[in-house]
Design a protein around this ligand. Structure first.
Ligand SMILES: Cc1cc2nc3c(=O)[nH]c(=O)nc-3n(C[C@H](O)[C@H](O)[C@H](O)COP(=O)(O)OP(=O)(O)OC[C@H]3O[C@@H](n4cnc5c(N)ncnc54)[C@H](O)[C@@H]3O)c2cc1C
Length: 556
Protein backbone atom coordinates (compact mmCIF):
# COMPACT_ATOMS: atom_id res chain seq x y z
CA UNK A 1 0.00 0.00 0.00
CA UNK A 2 1.20 3.52 -0.83
CA UNK A 3 0.66 6.32 1.63
CA UNK A 4 0.63 10.08 0.99
CA UNK A 5 -1.07 13.08 2.58
CA UNK A 6 -2.61 13.98 -0.76
CA UNK A 7 -3.17 11.94 -3.89
CA UNK A 8 -3.91 13.89 -7.07
CA UNK A 9 -5.41 11.86 -9.88
CA UNK A 10 -4.54 13.51 -13.20
CA UNK A 11 -1.32 14.91 -14.64
CA UNK A 12 -2.92 17.58 -16.86
CA UNK A 13 -2.83 21.28 -16.10
CA UNK A 14 -5.36 21.12 -13.27
CA UNK A 15 -3.66 18.22 -11.51
CA UNK A 16 -0.17 19.67 -11.82
CA UNK A 17 -1.27 23.13 -10.65
CA UNK A 18 -2.88 21.48 -7.62
CA UNK A 19 0.36 19.58 -6.96
CA UNK A 20 2.37 22.83 -6.99
CA UNK A 21 -0.08 24.43 -4.58
CA UNK A 22 0.21 21.47 -2.20
CA UNK A 23 3.94 20.87 -2.64
CA UNK A 24 4.77 21.49 1.03
CA UNK A 25 2.67 18.49 1.99
CA UNK A 26 3.51 14.89 1.04
CA UNK A 27 1.76 14.91 -2.33
CA UNK A 28 1.80 12.46 -5.25
CA UNK A 29 0.31 12.66 -8.74
CA UNK A 30 -1.19 9.51 -10.28
CA UNK A 31 -1.80 9.43 -14.01
CA UNK A 32 -2.85 6.72 -16.41
CA UNK A 33 -0.53 8.19 -19.06
CA UNK A 34 2.71 10.16 -18.87
CA UNK A 35 1.62 13.62 -17.64
CA UNK A 36 2.79 15.31 -20.84
CA UNK A 37 0.35 13.14 -22.78
CA UNK A 38 -2.64 14.58 -20.93
CA UNK A 39 -5.17 16.30 -23.18
CA UNK A 40 -4.12 19.72 -21.85
CA UNK A 41 -1.08 19.46 -24.12
CA UNK A 42 -3.37 19.66 -27.18
CA UNK A 43 -4.97 23.00 -26.30
CA UNK A 44 -4.46 25.44 -29.12
CA UNK A 45 -6.06 28.86 -29.06
CA UNK A 46 -5.25 30.37 -25.70
CA UNK A 47 -6.16 31.35 -22.17
CA UNK A 48 -8.39 34.26 -21.12
CA UNK A 49 -7.50 37.04 -18.72
CA UNK A 50 -8.36 40.72 -18.53
CA UNK A 51 -4.74 41.86 -18.94
CA UNK A 52 -5.27 44.86 -21.20
CA UNK A 53 -5.39 48.29 -19.60
CA UNK A 54 -8.82 48.86 -21.22
CA UNK A 55 -10.19 45.51 -20.11
CA UNK A 56 -11.75 44.69 -16.74
CA UNK A 57 -12.25 41.37 -14.98
CA UNK A 58 -15.89 42.33 -14.44
CA UNK A 59 -16.37 42.44 -18.23
CA UNK A 60 -14.73 39.03 -18.52
CA UNK A 61 -17.17 37.78 -15.88
CA UNK A 62 -20.14 39.25 -17.72
CA UNK A 63 -19.08 37.71 -21.06
CA UNK A 64 -18.61 34.34 -19.34
CA UNK A 65 -22.03 34.45 -17.68
CA UNK A 66 -23.82 35.57 -20.84
CA UNK A 67 -21.90 32.93 -22.79
CA UNK A 68 -23.03 30.30 -20.27
CA UNK A 69 -26.65 31.22 -21.08
CA UNK A 70 -26.92 32.31 -17.43
CA UNK A 71 -26.46 28.82 -16.03
CA UNK A 72 -22.97 29.45 -14.58
CA UNK A 73 -22.72 30.12 -10.84
CA UNK A 74 -21.85 33.79 -10.81
CA UNK A 75 -19.89 33.73 -7.54
CA UNK A 76 -17.59 31.06 -8.99
CA UNK A 77 -17.18 32.99 -12.27
CA UNK A 78 -16.14 36.04 -10.25
CA UNK A 79 -13.47 34.03 -8.44
CA UNK A 80 -12.11 32.81 -11.78
CA UNK A 81 -12.12 36.10 -13.69
CA UNK A 82 -10.68 38.15 -10.83
CA UNK A 83 -7.80 35.71 -10.41
CA UNK A 84 -7.14 35.27 -14.15
CA UNK A 85 -4.50 38.00 -14.70
CA UNK A 86 -2.49 36.74 -11.70
CA UNK A 87 -2.49 33.16 -12.94
CA UNK A 88 -1.50 34.05 -16.51
CA UNK A 89 1.36 36.32 -15.36
CA UNK A 90 2.41 33.60 -12.95
CA UNK A 91 2.63 31.09 -15.83
CA UNK A 92 4.77 33.58 -17.71
CA UNK A 93 7.08 33.99 -14.73
CA UNK A 94 7.31 30.22 -14.36
CA UNK A 95 8.56 30.02 -17.93
CA UNK A 96 5.73 29.95 -20.51
CA UNK A 97 6.77 31.77 -23.68
CA UNK A 98 3.60 33.57 -24.76
CA UNK A 99 3.40 35.23 -28.18
CA UNK A 100 4.01 38.97 -27.91
CA UNK A 101 2.96 42.23 -29.53
CA UNK A 102 4.94 45.40 -28.73
CA UNK A 103 6.66 43.58 -25.89
CA UNK A 104 3.40 42.64 -24.14
CA UNK A 105 1.66 39.27 -23.99
CA UNK A 106 -0.35 39.08 -27.22
CA UNK A 107 -4.13 38.60 -26.95
CA UNK A 108 -6.52 37.62 -29.72
CA UNK A 109 -10.30 37.99 -30.07
CA UNK A 110 -12.24 34.82 -29.20
CA UNK A 111 -15.89 33.81 -29.47
CA UNK A 112 -18.38 35.54 -27.20
CA UNK A 113 -15.78 37.94 -25.78
CA UNK A 114 -16.26 41.71 -25.92
CA UNK A 115 -12.50 42.29 -25.88
CA UNK A 116 -9.40 40.59 -27.36
CA UNK A 117 -8.72 38.74 -24.14
CA UNK A 118 -7.17 35.42 -25.13
CA UNK A 119 -3.43 35.18 -24.42
CA UNK A 120 -1.67 32.60 -26.57
CA UNK A 121 1.55 30.90 -27.52
CA UNK A 122 1.07 30.65 -31.31
CA UNK A 123 -1.63 27.99 -31.65
CA UNK A 124 0.05 25.61 -29.24
CA UNK A 125 -0.85 27.24 -25.93
CA UNK A 126 -1.60 24.01 -24.07
CA UNK A 127 1.76 22.58 -25.08
CA UNK A 128 3.58 25.65 -23.77
CA UNK A 129 1.62 25.72 -20.50
CA UNK A 130 1.76 22.00 -19.71
CA UNK A 131 5.49 21.76 -20.35
CA UNK A 132 6.10 24.72 -18.03
CA UNK A 133 3.93 23.18 -15.35
CA UNK A 134 5.60 19.78 -15.65
CA UNK A 135 9.07 21.35 -15.41
CA UNK A 136 7.98 23.12 -12.25
CA UNK A 137 6.61 19.89 -10.81
CA UNK A 138 9.93 18.18 -11.50
CA UNK A 139 11.85 21.07 -10.04
CA UNK A 140 9.80 20.84 -6.85
CA UNK A 141 10.33 17.12 -6.55
CA UNK A 142 6.65 16.11 -6.93
CA UNK A 143 6.29 12.34 -6.81
CA UNK A 144 4.64 10.75 -9.87
CA UNK A 145 2.95 7.40 -10.38
CA UNK A 146 2.83 7.14 -14.15
CA UNK A 147 0.68 4.62 -15.99
CA UNK A 148 -1.32 3.90 -12.88
CA UNK A 149 -5.06 3.80 -13.53
CA UNK A 150 -7.34 4.72 -10.61
CA UNK A 151 -10.40 2.48 -10.62
CA UNK A 152 -12.10 3.16 -7.31
CA UNK A 153 -12.35 5.61 -4.44
CA UNK A 154 -12.39 4.27 -0.89
CA UNK A 155 -15.03 6.09 1.15
CA UNK A 156 -16.42 5.33 4.59
CA UNK A 157 -18.89 7.41 6.59
CA UNK A 158 -18.72 9.99 3.86
CA UNK A 159 -14.99 10.47 4.30
CA UNK A 160 -12.52 9.69 1.55
CA UNK A 161 -9.69 7.40 2.64
CA UNK A 162 -7.82 7.12 -0.65
CA UNK A 163 -8.10 5.23 -3.92
CA UNK A 164 -7.35 1.95 -5.62
CA UNK A 165 -4.99 1.85 -8.59
CA UNK A 166 -4.24 -0.64 -11.36
CA UNK A 167 -0.63 -0.66 -12.52
CA UNK A 168 -0.93 -0.71 -16.30
CA UNK A 169 2.70 -1.78 -16.78
CA UNK A 170 2.58 -4.78 -14.46
CA UNK A 171 -1.08 -5.63 -13.83
CA UNK A 172 -0.70 -5.14 -10.06
CA UNK A 173 -3.50 -3.69 -7.93
CA UNK A 174 -2.56 -1.43 -5.00
CA UNK A 175 -4.16 0.86 -2.49
CA UNK A 176 -3.26 4.54 -2.10
CA UNK A 177 -4.02 5.60 1.46
CA UNK A 178 -4.46 9.37 1.68
CA UNK A 179 -5.93 12.07 3.86
CA UNK A 180 -7.21 13.89 0.79
CA UNK A 181 -7.79 12.96 -2.85
CA UNK A 182 -8.09 15.46 -5.70
CA UNK A 183 -9.60 14.38 -9.01
CA UNK A 184 -8.33 16.26 -12.07
CA UNK A 185 -9.22 13.50 -14.50
CA UNK A 186 -10.41 15.52 -17.52
CA UNK A 187 -13.54 15.37 -19.69
CA UNK A 188 -15.85 12.69 -21.11
CA UNK A 189 -15.69 13.65 -24.79
CA UNK A 190 -14.91 10.19 -26.07
CA UNK A 191 -18.41 8.89 -25.42
CA UNK A 192 -18.85 10.50 -28.88
CA UNK A 193 -17.15 9.33 -32.04
CA UNK A 194 -16.72 12.73 -33.65
CA UNK A 195 -14.59 14.37 -31.00
CA UNK A 196 -11.54 16.60 -30.79
CA UNK A 197 -10.56 14.94 -27.52
CA UNK A 198 -7.66 12.57 -27.11
CA UNK A 199 -8.79 8.97 -26.80
CA UNK A 200 -7.95 8.87 -23.10
CA UNK A 201 -10.78 11.36 -22.37
CA UNK A 202 -13.34 8.73 -21.43
CA UNK A 203 -14.73 10.47 -18.35
CA UNK A 204 -13.87 7.48 -16.19
CA UNK A 205 -12.96 9.73 -13.25
CA UNK A 206 -16.53 11.07 -13.23
CA UNK A 207 -17.88 7.51 -13.16
CA UNK A 208 -15.60 6.61 -10.24
CA UNK A 209 -16.83 9.67 -8.31
CA UNK A 210 -20.47 8.87 -9.07
CA UNK A 211 -20.06 5.32 -7.79
CA UNK A 212 -18.39 6.66 -4.63
CA UNK A 213 -21.46 8.77 -3.86
CA UNK A 214 -20.95 12.26 -5.32
CA UNK A 215 -23.42 13.79 -7.74
CA UNK A 216 -22.64 14.57 -11.36
CA UNK A 217 -23.84 18.01 -12.41
CA UNK A 218 -25.17 19.39 -15.70
CA UNK A 219 -24.02 16.38 -17.67
CA UNK A 220 -26.39 17.12 -20.56
CA UNK A 221 -24.31 20.17 -21.48
CA UNK A 222 -21.81 18.90 -24.02
CA UNK A 223 -19.94 21.41 -26.16
CA UNK A 224 -19.70 20.86 -29.90
CA UNK A 225 -16.88 22.86 -31.45
CA UNK A 226 -17.90 24.49 -34.73
CA UNK A 227 -14.67 23.82 -36.60
CA UNK A 228 -13.09 20.39 -36.57
CA UNK A 229 -11.25 19.07 -39.61
CA UNK A 230 -13.75 17.23 -41.83
CA UNK A 231 -13.31 13.48 -41.50
CA UNK A 232 -10.75 13.23 -38.69
CA UNK A 233 -12.33 15.83 -36.36
CA UNK A 234 -8.99 17.22 -35.28
CA UNK A 235 -9.57 20.63 -33.76
CA UNK A 236 -9.14 23.75 -35.89
CA UNK A 237 -8.85 26.39 -33.19
CA UNK A 238 -11.31 29.24 -32.75
CA UNK A 239 -8.12 31.31 -33.00
CA UNK A 240 -8.34 30.79 -36.77
CA UNK A 241 -11.57 32.80 -36.75
CA UNK A 242 -10.09 35.12 -34.10
CA UNK A 243 -7.33 35.94 -36.60
CA UNK A 244 -9.99 36.81 -39.18
CA UNK A 245 -11.06 33.51 -40.81
CA UNK A 246 -14.43 33.35 -42.66
CA UNK A 247 -16.96 30.52 -42.73
CA UNK A 248 -18.40 29.91 -46.20
CA UNK A 249 -21.13 27.60 -47.45
CA UNK A 250 -21.09 26.02 -50.86
CA UNK A 251 -22.70 29.11 -52.42
CA UNK A 252 -19.63 31.04 -51.16
CA UNK A 253 -21.88 32.92 -48.81
CA UNK A 254 -20.58 34.11 -45.42
CA UNK A 255 -23.60 32.57 -43.75
CA UNK A 256 -22.91 33.69 -40.16
CA UNK A 257 -24.50 37.04 -41.06
CA UNK A 258 -27.89 35.29 -40.85
CA UNK A 259 -27.24 33.74 -37.43
CA UNK A 260 -25.23 36.38 -35.57
CA UNK A 261 -25.27 39.68 -37.44
CA UNK A 262 -23.04 41.43 -34.89
CA UNK A 263 -20.43 38.86 -33.97
CA UNK A 264 -20.48 36.74 -37.13
CA UNK A 265 -17.82 33.99 -36.90
CA UNK A 266 -16.99 35.07 -33.35
CA UNK A 267 -20.36 34.31 -31.81
CA UNK A 268 -20.15 31.72 -29.00
CA UNK A 269 -19.51 28.13 -29.98
CA UNK A 270 -23.00 26.76 -29.47
CA UNK A 271 -24.40 29.34 -31.90
CA UNK A 272 -21.72 28.85 -34.58
CA UNK A 273 -21.93 25.05 -34.32
CA UNK A 274 -25.72 25.13 -34.79
CA UNK A 275 -25.34 27.51 -37.72
CA UNK A 276 -22.87 25.23 -39.51
CA UNK A 277 -25.00 22.16 -38.83
CA UNK A 278 -28.10 23.96 -40.11
CA UNK A 279 -26.29 24.93 -43.33
CA UNK A 280 -25.27 21.30 -43.79
CA UNK A 281 -28.73 19.92 -42.92
CA UNK A 282 -30.45 22.37 -45.27
CA UNK A 283 -28.28 21.45 -48.23
CA UNK A 284 -25.91 24.42 -48.33
CA UNK A 285 -22.90 22.43 -47.15
CA UNK A 286 -20.50 20.45 -49.29
CA UNK A 287 -20.95 16.80 -50.15
CA UNK A 288 -20.31 14.60 -47.13
CA UNK A 289 -21.34 17.34 -44.69
CA UNK A 290 -18.95 20.24 -44.21
CA UNK A 291 -18.44 23.97 -44.83
CA UNK A 292 -15.26 25.88 -45.63
CA UNK A 293 -13.05 27.88 -43.30
CA UNK A 294 -11.18 30.44 -45.41
CA UNK A 295 -7.90 31.87 -44.15
CA UNK A 296 -6.30 32.83 -47.47
CA UNK A 297 -7.13 36.54 -47.07
CA UNK A 298 -5.31 36.86 -43.74
CA UNK A 299 -2.04 36.25 -45.55
CA UNK A 300 0.89 33.89 -45.53
CA UNK A 301 2.82 35.76 -42.86
CA UNK A 302 -0.03 35.81 -40.33
CA UNK A 303 -0.79 32.16 -40.94
CA UNK A 304 2.82 31.13 -40.49
CA UNK A 305 3.33 33.28 -37.41
CA UNK A 306 0.08 32.78 -35.56
CA UNK A 307 -1.44 29.54 -36.81
CA UNK A 308 1.53 27.29 -37.70
CA UNK A 309 0.00 24.26 -35.94
CA UNK A 310 -3.28 24.62 -37.83
CA UNK A 311 -1.42 24.87 -41.14
CA UNK A 312 0.53 21.74 -40.27
CA UNK A 313 -2.63 19.81 -39.30
CA UNK A 314 -4.39 20.83 -42.53
CA UNK A 315 -1.37 19.82 -44.62
CA UNK A 316 -0.72 16.53 -42.82
CA UNK A 317 -4.30 15.32 -42.46
CA UNK A 318 -6.17 16.89 -45.42
CA UNK A 319 -3.35 17.65 -47.85
CA UNK A 320 -4.45 21.28 -47.87
CA UNK A 321 -2.29 24.36 -47.39
CA UNK A 322 -4.60 27.00 -45.86
CA UNK A 323 -2.46 29.75 -47.39
CA UNK A 324 -3.88 28.64 -50.74
CA UNK A 325 -7.09 26.75 -50.08
CA UNK A 326 -9.98 26.71 -47.60
CA UNK A 327 -10.08 24.11 -44.81
CA UNK A 328 -13.13 21.79 -44.81
CA UNK A 329 -14.69 21.85 -41.32
CA UNK A 330 -17.63 20.29 -39.48
CA UNK A 331 -18.75 20.48 -35.83
CA UNK A 332 -17.56 17.84 -33.37
CA UNK A 333 -17.75 17.13 -29.66
CA UNK A 334 -15.16 19.23 -27.85
CA UNK A 335 -15.74 19.90 -24.16
CA UNK A 336 -17.63 18.57 -21.14
CA UNK A 337 -19.38 21.35 -19.27
CA UNK A 338 -20.80 18.83 -16.82
CA UNK A 339 -18.81 16.87 -14.26
CA UNK A 340 -18.34 16.10 -10.59
CA UNK A 341 -20.56 18.47 -8.57
CA UNK A 342 -18.06 20.73 -6.81
CA UNK A 343 -18.12 23.99 -4.90
CA UNK A 344 -16.01 27.02 -5.70
CA UNK A 345 -13.48 25.85 -3.09
CA UNK A 346 -13.29 22.54 -5.05
CA UNK A 347 -14.84 20.54 -2.20
CA UNK A 348 -17.49 17.92 -2.99
CA UNK A 349 -20.14 16.19 -0.90
CA UNK A 350 -17.50 13.71 0.38
CA UNK A 351 -15.06 15.12 2.93
CA UNK A 352 -11.45 14.88 1.84
CA UNK A 353 -12.47 14.54 -1.83
CA UNK A 354 -11.86 17.47 -4.19
CA UNK A 355 -12.29 18.03 -7.93
CA UNK A 356 -10.89 20.60 -10.36
CA UNK A 357 -10.38 21.09 -14.09
CA UNK A 358 -12.58 19.65 -16.81
CA UNK A 359 -13.81 16.70 -14.72
CA UNK A 360 -15.42 19.10 -12.23
CA UNK A 361 -18.58 21.15 -12.51
CA UNK A 362 -17.98 24.17 -10.29
CA UNK A 363 -19.85 25.63 -12.46
CA UNK A 364 -18.06 28.40 -14.31
CA UNK A 365 -19.16 27.43 -17.82
CA UNK A 366 -22.86 26.79 -17.27
CA UNK A 367 -24.57 25.70 -20.47
CA UNK A 368 -21.80 26.82 -22.83
CA UNK A 369 -18.10 27.43 -22.23
CA UNK A 370 -16.32 30.34 -23.87
CA UNK A 371 -13.11 29.45 -25.67
CA UNK A 372 -10.04 30.20 -23.56
CA UNK A 373 -11.87 29.80 -20.24
CA UNK A 374 -11.01 26.16 -19.72
CA UNK A 375 -7.24 26.52 -19.57
CA UNK A 376 -7.96 29.35 -17.18
CA UNK A 377 -10.22 27.18 -15.04
CA UNK A 378 -7.47 24.57 -14.67
CA UNK A 379 -4.91 27.01 -13.25
CA UNK A 380 -7.31 28.97 -11.06
CA UNK A 381 -9.14 26.03 -9.52
CA UNK A 382 -6.14 23.68 -9.60
CA UNK A 383 -4.45 26.10 -7.22
CA UNK A 384 -7.51 26.38 -5.00
CA UNK A 385 -7.97 22.60 -4.84
CA UNK A 386 -4.32 22.07 -3.92
CA UNK A 387 -4.35 24.73 -1.20
CA UNK A 388 -7.58 23.52 0.35
CA UNK A 389 -6.57 19.86 0.26
CA UNK A 390 -3.28 20.79 1.93
CA UNK A 391 -5.09 22.66 4.72
CA UNK A 392 -7.49 19.80 5.21
CA UNK A 393 -4.70 17.21 5.28
CA UNK A 394 -2.76 19.19 7.90
CA UNK A 395 -5.81 19.23 10.16
CA UNK A 396 -6.54 15.50 10.15
CA UNK A 397 -4.86 12.14 10.65
CA UNK A 398 -4.67 9.23 8.20
CA UNK A 399 -7.89 7.27 7.80
CA UNK A 400 -8.05 3.64 8.80
CA UNK A 401 -6.11 1.53 6.29
CA UNK A 402 -8.67 -1.31 6.55
CA UNK A 403 -10.96 0.69 4.28
CA UNK A 404 -8.36 0.72 1.53
CA UNK A 405 -7.50 -2.94 2.01
CA UNK A 406 -11.15 -3.89 1.58
CA UNK A 407 -11.46 -1.73 -1.52
CA UNK A 408 -8.36 -3.39 -2.99
CA UNK A 409 -9.83 -6.84 -2.34
CA UNK A 410 -13.08 -5.87 -4.07
CA UNK A 411 -11.18 -4.53 -7.07
CA UNK A 412 -9.09 -7.70 -7.29
CA UNK A 413 -12.28 -9.75 -7.35
CA UNK A 414 -13.86 -7.58 -10.04
CA UNK A 415 -10.81 -7.76 -12.29
CA UNK A 416 -10.24 -11.47 -11.82
CA UNK A 417 -13.92 -12.11 -12.64
CA UNK A 418 -13.51 -10.11 -15.82
CA UNK A 419 -10.33 -11.94 -16.80
CA UNK A 420 -11.81 -15.30 -15.81
CA UNK A 421 -14.66 -15.06 -18.30
CA UNK A 422 -13.74 -17.20 -21.31
CA UNK A 423 -16.43 -16.23 -23.75
CA UNK A 424 -18.95 -13.50 -24.46
CA UNK A 425 -18.93 -10.29 -26.45
CA UNK A 426 -15.86 -8.20 -27.34
CA UNK A 427 -15.90 -4.69 -25.93
CA UNK A 428 -15.33 -2.60 -29.03
CA UNK A 429 -18.61 -3.49 -30.70
CA UNK A 430 -20.47 -2.11 -27.71
CA UNK A 431 -18.23 0.96 -27.61
CA UNK A 432 -18.72 1.64 -31.32
CA UNK A 433 -22.48 1.35 -31.05
CA UNK A 434 -22.48 3.68 -28.04
CA UNK A 435 -20.49 6.37 -29.86
CA UNK A 436 -22.69 6.20 -32.95
CA UNK A 437 -25.81 6.47 -30.84
CA UNK A 438 -24.47 9.51 -28.99
CA UNK A 439 -23.41 11.21 -32.26
CA UNK A 440 -26.75 10.59 -33.93
CA UNK A 441 -29.23 11.13 -31.13
CA UNK A 442 -27.56 13.17 -28.39
CA UNK A 443 -25.75 15.69 -30.59
CA UNK A 444 -26.23 19.34 -31.50
CA UNK A 445 -29.97 19.08 -32.24
CA UNK A 446 -31.97 16.93 -29.82
CA UNK A 447 -35.60 15.98 -29.31
CA UNK A 448 -37.53 13.77 -26.96
CA UNK A 449 -38.05 10.95 -29.39
CA UNK A 450 -34.37 10.64 -30.29
CA UNK A 451 -33.23 10.99 -26.68
CA UNK A 452 -35.57 8.27 -25.45
CA UNK A 453 -34.36 5.94 -28.17
CA UNK A 454 -30.77 6.71 -27.16
CA UNK A 455 -31.49 5.99 -23.50
CA UNK A 456 -33.08 2.66 -24.43
CA UNK A 457 -30.05 1.76 -26.52
CA UNK A 458 -27.61 2.70 -23.76
CA UNK A 459 -29.51 0.52 -21.29
CA UNK A 460 -29.45 -2.34 -23.75
CA UNK A 461 -25.68 -1.86 -24.17
CA UNK A 462 -25.27 -1.89 -20.40
CA UNK A 463 -27.02 -5.27 -20.31
CA UNK A 464 -24.74 -6.56 -23.06
CA UNK A 465 -21.72 -5.24 -21.20
CA UNK A 466 -22.36 -7.79 -18.42
CA UNK A 467 -21.40 -10.42 -20.94
CA UNK A 468 -18.18 -8.76 -22.11
CA UNK A 469 -15.01 -10.80 -22.02
CA UNK A 470 -11.36 -9.80 -22.25
CA UNK A 471 -9.38 -11.82 -24.79
CA UNK A 472 -5.98 -10.65 -23.56
CA UNK A 473 -5.24 -12.36 -20.25
CA UNK A 474 -1.77 -10.82 -19.85
CA UNK A 475 -0.54 -8.62 -17.03
CA UNK A 476 1.80 -6.22 -18.85
CA UNK A 477 0.09 -3.31 -20.62
CA UNK A 478 -3.23 -5.07 -20.93
CA UNK A 479 -4.86 -2.19 -22.76
CA UNK A 480 -7.89 -4.29 -23.60
CA UNK A 481 -8.64 -4.74 -19.90
CA UNK A 482 -8.28 -0.99 -19.30
CA UNK A 483 -10.61 -0.30 -22.25
CA UNK A 484 -13.21 -2.69 -20.87
CA UNK A 485 -13.13 -1.12 -17.42
CA UNK A 486 -13.44 2.33 -18.96
CA UNK A 487 -16.29 1.30 -21.24
CA UNK A 488 -18.37 0.43 -18.18
CA UNK A 489 -17.87 4.02 -16.99
CA UNK A 490 -18.59 5.48 -20.43
CA UNK A 491 -21.95 3.71 -20.49
CA UNK A 492 -22.83 5.16 -17.09
CA UNK A 493 -21.74 8.66 -18.10
CA UNK A 494 -23.78 8.42 -21.32
CA UNK A 495 -26.85 7.39 -19.37
CA UNK A 496 -26.41 10.42 -17.10
CA UNK A 497 -26.07 12.73 -20.14
CA UNK A 498 -29.24 11.28 -21.66
CA UNK A 499 -31.31 11.44 -18.48
CA UNK A 500 -30.43 15.09 -17.95
CA UNK A 501 -31.14 15.89 -21.60
CA UNK A 502 -34.55 14.14 -21.62
CA UNK A 503 -35.68 15.91 -18.46
CA UNK A 504 -34.53 19.39 -19.50
CA UNK A 505 -37.45 20.59 -21.59
CA UNK A 506 -35.91 23.83 -22.83
CA UNK A 507 -33.01 25.00 -25.00
CA UNK A 508 -30.07 26.61 -23.23
CA UNK A 509 -26.52 27.00 -24.47
CA UNK A 510 -25.24 23.77 -25.97
CA UNK A 511 -28.43 21.84 -25.10
CA UNK A 512 -30.78 22.53 -28.01
CA UNK A 513 -34.16 20.80 -28.06
CA UNK A 514 -35.98 21.19 -31.38
CA UNK A 515 -39.20 20.36 -29.50
CA UNK A 516 -38.54 23.09 -26.88
CA UNK A 517 -36.54 25.70 -28.80
CA UNK A 518 -36.65 28.49 -26.18
CA UNK A 519 -34.89 29.05 -22.92
CA UNK A 520 -37.28 28.72 -19.97
CA UNK A 521 -35.89 30.52 -16.92
CA UNK A 522 -39.04 30.08 -14.93
CA UNK A 523 -38.72 26.31 -14.83
CA UNK A 524 -35.16 25.56 -15.84
CA UNK A 525 -32.77 28.14 -14.45
CA UNK A 526 -31.26 25.37 -12.32
CA UNK A 527 -28.48 22.80 -12.30
CA UNK A 528 -29.15 19.12 -12.93
CA UNK A 529 -27.72 16.66 -10.40
CA UNK A 530 -27.49 12.92 -11.09
CA UNK A 531 -26.79 10.50 -8.24
CA UNK A 532 -26.62 6.74 -8.05
CA UNK A 533 -29.20 4.92 -5.88
CA UNK A 534 -29.83 1.20 -5.45
CA UNK A 535 -32.75 1.66 -7.88
CA UNK A 536 -30.58 3.35 -10.51
CA UNK A 537 -29.78 6.95 -11.39
CA UNK A 538 -31.83 9.69 -9.81
CA UNK A 539 -32.26 13.33 -10.90
CA UNK A 540 -32.27 16.33 -8.60
CA UNK A 541 -31.88 20.04 -9.11
CA UNK A 542 -30.02 22.91 -7.48
CA UNK A 543 -30.59 26.62 -8.00
CA UNK A 544 -28.08 28.81 -9.84
CA UNK A 545 -26.05 31.29 -7.77
CA UNK A 546 -26.90 34.69 -9.20
CA UNK A 547 -24.93 37.68 -7.87
CA UNK A 548 -25.35 40.83 -9.95
CA UNK A 549 -25.98 39.68 -13.51
CA UNK A 550 -29.73 39.21 -13.96
CA UNK A 551 -30.60 36.71 -16.71
CA UNK A 552 -31.42 38.46 -19.98
CA UNK A 553 -32.16 37.26 -23.48
CA UNK A 554 -28.90 36.20 -25.10
CA UNK A 555 -28.30 38.10 -28.34
CA UNK A 556 -25.12 38.45 -30.36
C1 LIG B 1 -7.90 19.88 -29.05
C2 LIG B 1 -8.28 20.73 -27.87
C3 LIG B 1 -7.92 22.07 -27.84
C4 LIG B 1 -8.27 22.87 -26.75
N1 LIG B 1 -7.92 24.19 -26.77
C5 LIG B 1 -8.22 24.96 -25.70
C6 LIG B 1 -7.84 26.33 -25.67
O1 LIG B 1 -7.17 26.85 -26.58
N2 LIG B 1 -8.20 27.08 -24.60
C7 LIG B 1 -8.89 26.56 -23.55
O2 LIG B 1 -9.16 27.27 -22.60
N3 LIG B 1 -9.25 25.25 -23.55
C8 LIG B 1 -8.93 24.45 -24.59
N4 LIG B 1 -9.30 23.12 -24.57
C9 LIG B 1 -9.85 22.55 -23.35
C10 LIG B 1 -8.74 22.35 -22.32
O3 LIG B 1 -7.55 21.99 -22.97
C11 LIG B 1 -9.07 21.24 -21.31
O4 LIG B 1 -10.35 21.43 -20.79
C12 LIG B 1 -8.09 21.24 -20.16
O5 LIG B 1 -6.75 21.23 -20.61
C13 LIG B 1 -8.33 20.04 -19.24
O6 LIG B 1 -7.31 19.95 -18.31
P1 LIG B 1 -7.43 18.93 -17.09
O7 LIG B 1 -6.16 19.08 -16.33
O8 LIG B 1 -8.70 19.13 -16.40
O9 LIG B 1 -7.51 17.49 -17.76
P2 LIG B 1 -6.57 16.73 -18.83
O10 LIG B 1 -5.51 17.58 -19.37
O11 LIG B 1 -7.51 16.08 -19.77
O12 LIG B 1 -5.85 15.64 -17.95
C14 LIG B 1 -6.54 14.54 -17.38
C15 LIG B 1 -5.53 13.70 -16.62
O13 LIG B 1 -6.21 12.72 -15.85
C16 LIG B 1 -5.56 11.48 -15.96
N5 LIG B 1 -6.57 10.45 -15.68
C17 LIG B 1 -7.86 10.42 -16.09
N6 LIG B 1 -8.50 9.36 -15.57
C18 LIG B 1 -7.61 8.71 -14.79
C19 LIG B 1 -7.66 7.55 -13.97
N7 LIG B 1 -8.81 6.86 -13.82
N8 LIG B 1 -6.54 7.16 -13.33
C20 LIG B 1 -5.38 7.85 -13.46
N9 LIG B 1 -5.28 8.98 -14.21
C21 LIG B 1 -6.38 9.39 -14.86
C22 LIG B 1 -4.99 11.47 -17.35
O14 LIG B 1 -3.90 10.59 -17.45
C23 LIG B 1 -4.54 12.93 -17.48
O15 LIG B 1 -3.26 13.08 -16.93
C24 LIG B 1 -8.97 22.32 -25.66
C25 LIG B 1 -9.32 20.98 -25.68
C26 LIG B 1 -9.01 20.21 -26.78
C27 LIG B 1 -9.47 18.77 -26.79
Amino acid sequence: MFRHDIIIVGGGLAGLRAALAAKDADVAVVSKVHPLRSHSVAAQGGINAALGSDDRWEDHAFDTIKGSDYLADQDAVEVMCRDAPHRVIEMEHLGTLFSRVDGRIAQRPFGGAGFPRTAYAEDRTGHALLHTMYEQAQRNGIKFYEEWFITRLAVKNNRCAGAVGYNIASGGIEGFLAKAVIFATGGYGRIYRRSTNSIINTGFGCAVALRAGTALEDMEFVQFHPTTLFGTNILITEGARGEGGFLMNRNRERFMQHYSPQMLELAPRDIVARAIQSEINEGRGFEGGYVNLELMHIGERNIKERLPGIRQIAMDFANIDPIEMPIPVQPGQHYSMGGIASNKDCTTSISGFYACGECSCISVHGANRLGGNSLLETVVFGKIAGENAKDYASSTGFPDSDIIERAVEEEKRTISNLLGREEGEVFFKIRDELKDEMDEKVGIFRNEQKLILALGKIRELRQRFRNVYVRDKGTAFNQELVNVIELDGMLEISEAVCLGAIARKESRGSHFRTDYPSRDDENWLKHTLVTLTPEGMKLDYRSVNVTKYEPKPREY
